[in-house]
Write a new protein. Structure first.
Length: 132
């Protein structure tokens, strides 16, 4: 009988550990529409400029810096103003995401071969589902 209890206890512990590991490592799913980003627990409103950036990730996993700059470029503004606007939008979106869900949404990475080249990716533990 003691062997049975020992076997059952170890089996239950292993099962709980595996289930905990599965739920801890799986991607969290977030739904995106033109007005909000949400999951089953919380949501926040998305500005049109922020939605433009998020929607650019619909068909791509990686966005180069030049592509993101083209999204916000304006012929009447200088390149410095466009870069500042882009950085402000990404920072604001990440601040909203962090305060609502915790963690970062858009990550800035550098190319390993050319450190001057910057690109943006969605965090690896986030999966976006678009509702157009």
């Amino acid at each position: 009988f003691i062997r049975y209890l020992l076997f059952a206890g170890i089996s239950a512990f292993i099962f709980v550990f595996i289930v905990y590991g599965y739920f801890k490592t799986r991607k969290k799913i977030y739904f995106v529409n033109p007005f909000s980003l949400y999951n089953e627990n919380a949501s926040f409103l998305v500005k049109s400029e922020e939605f433009l950036l998020i929607h650019s990730f619909k068909n791509r996993k990686v966005l180069e810096n030049n592509l993101v700059l083209d999204l916000y470029s304006d012929n009447t503004k200088s390149l410095d103003a466009t870069v500042k606007r882009k950085n402000k939008i990404i920072q604001g979106l990440n601040n909203k995401f962090r305060s609502t869900f915790g963690g970062e949404l858009v990550l800035k990475k550098t190319d390993e071969e050319d450190l001057r080249q910057v690109f943006y990716v969605i965090s690896k533990d986030v999966k976006l589902l678009f509702q157009d």
